[in-house]
Design a protein around this ligand. Structure first.
Ligand SMILES: Cc1cc2nc3c(=O)[nH]c(=O)nc-3n(C[C@H](O)[C@H](O)[C@H](O)COP(=O)(O)OP(=O)(O)OC[C@H]3O[C@@H](n4cnc5c(N)ncnc54)[C@H](O)[C@@H]3O)c2cc1C
Length: 381
């Protein structure tokens, strides 16, 4: 086993860190306070860094990054703003879908997303998101079209995305009756609303309503009733990008807290000299390192074409949990300053807490791990 990163991977980490510290971090708190959207200048820089082409097909300028490489990018972006990670991972998902898209759709949409237009992925419905195989949105075939009706909710980039990939029922009940469609958001019958969330305000969570939306049959991704397979392919590796971005935010907080406790004086000595404080930081650093390894191991299994359901579930629930615990500890060790909005800790915690639900709540992941341990026959689901 090799636990190290290659020289190229270390270079990716350093390059992305330098970019994110200079171009993302200075805006992080302002985006949250003002609700303003990204400027064209910001998007152009993201595009020029090549971060939206990591896994696109070669003819669209794809960079051939492995999933481990992409994980490094997500972790480093997460250090500065977890929300920007969504733009990057969406472009990675597009790369994975590309070969199953109609050539005309590839020609139209891949360059647009690579140039910084937003896309959304819509699985979750008001009736529940954890059970992604049991959705109600329907697509009924009429000649060369499908007519789409239903509602999706808690969707990232609602209102700013130009295209949404939607799961819809085309067959019988359960996961084997689902298909996946590309729907331009300006199609007649598509409406959106946004709602207030505790964190990730830049990412604009909201609902999509589809009211007799007519979509050409060629907009189906892959084959009819195989949409769940698509969803699971994307969701599978993404279960590592989500915690890695949170781990990035938590690691940055640890790094900042280490500097703070060395200089802050309490009762005649620096806070770091109190063993309780030093032990807390050491404990959080240990948990984060273990979580990081879970994520990269699962991504490396994915890179080698091996199964990683249980490993990715371990990485998702454990990684998000320990990152949030570390963020809470860092906020607390900063005393009242940590809780104030001048410092980024409260925002990082608000942003990363949402990741407990996104990409599946921990109970679902524990269920997947339990199924691997016990066998399907003896597992809860
Ligand atoms: C920041 C953020 C961004 C998001 N972005 C998107 C997006 O872009 N696209 C998208 O489609 N969705 C998105 N979501 C929605 C997310 O995928 C759902 O929140 C998630 O799938 C869980 O669904 P739910 O919230 O409806 O919870 P429910 O399915 O209603 O579950 C509620 C609770 O029940 C418990 N539970 C659920 N299932 C089980 C089980 N099998 N066993 C035991 N307990 C269980 C858990 O505690 C769970 O939290 C986002 C969510 C957040 C917070």
């Amino acid at each position: 086993m090799d636990f190290g990163f290659s020289e190229d991977q270390q270079l990716i980490r350093q390059t992305v860190r330098t970019y994110a510290e200079a171009e993302i971090l200075p805006h992080y708190q302002r985006w949250d306070r003002t609700g303003e959207w990204l400027t064209q200048d910001f998007i152009d820089k993201l595009v020029n860094m090549g971060l939206l082409r990591l896994r696109l097909p070669e003819k669209y300028g794809g960079q051939g990054y492995s999933f481990v490489d992409c994980g490094i990018v997500c972790e480093e972006i997460g250090r500065c703003d977890h929300q920007i990670r969504y733009i990057i991972s969406n472009a990675i998902h597009l790369g994975e879908m590309a070969s199953s898209m109609h050539p005309d759709l590839q020609e139209e949409w891949i360059p647009r997303i690579a140039k910084g237009e937003m896309m959304s992925l819509a699985f979750t419905e008001p009736g529940g998101g954890a059970d992604a195989g049991n959705i109600r949105t329907k697509a009924v075939k009429e000649g060369d079209y499908y007519i789409l009706n239903g509602e999706k909710t808690s969707i990232t980039f609602t209102g700013v995305s130009k295209v949404v990939f939607v799961s819809a029922r085309t067959g019988g009940p359960g996961p084997r009756g689902l298909s996946f469609f590309l729907v331009p958001t300006d199609t007649p019958g598509v409406k959106t609303t946004n709602f207030e969330r505790m964190g990730q305000r830049l990412d604009r969570g909201g609902s999509f309503f589809f009211d007799d939306v007519k979509i050409p049959a060629r907009n189906m991704i892959g084959k009819e009733n195989e949409g769940f397979i698509w969803a699971m392919t994307i969701i599978g590796y993404n279960r590592n990008f989500v915690p890695l971005a949170c781990i990035g935010a938590a690691q940055k907080s640890i790094d900042e807290t280490v500097e703070y406790v060395k200089t802050r004086q309490v009762m005649g000595r620096s806070v770091s000299k109190w063993q309780g404080v030093a032990n807390e930081l050491a404990t959080e650093a240990t948990k984060l390192e273990a979580a990081r390894m879970l994520c990269y191991r699962a991504l490396s299994l994915n890179d080698r074409g091996l199964r990683h359901d249980a490993e990715s579930s371990m990485a998702k629930w454990w990684g998000v949990k320990v990152a949030n615990e570390a963020l809470y500890t860092c906020m607390r060790l900063h005393g009242h300053y940590g809780w104030a909005k001048d410092l980024p800790f409260e925002q990082r915690l608000r942003d990363c807490l949402g990741m407990e639900s996104a990409d599946g709540p921990r109970e679902v992941h524990l269920g997947i791990i339990a199924r691997d341990l016990l066998g399907k026959e003896h597992a809860p689901f």
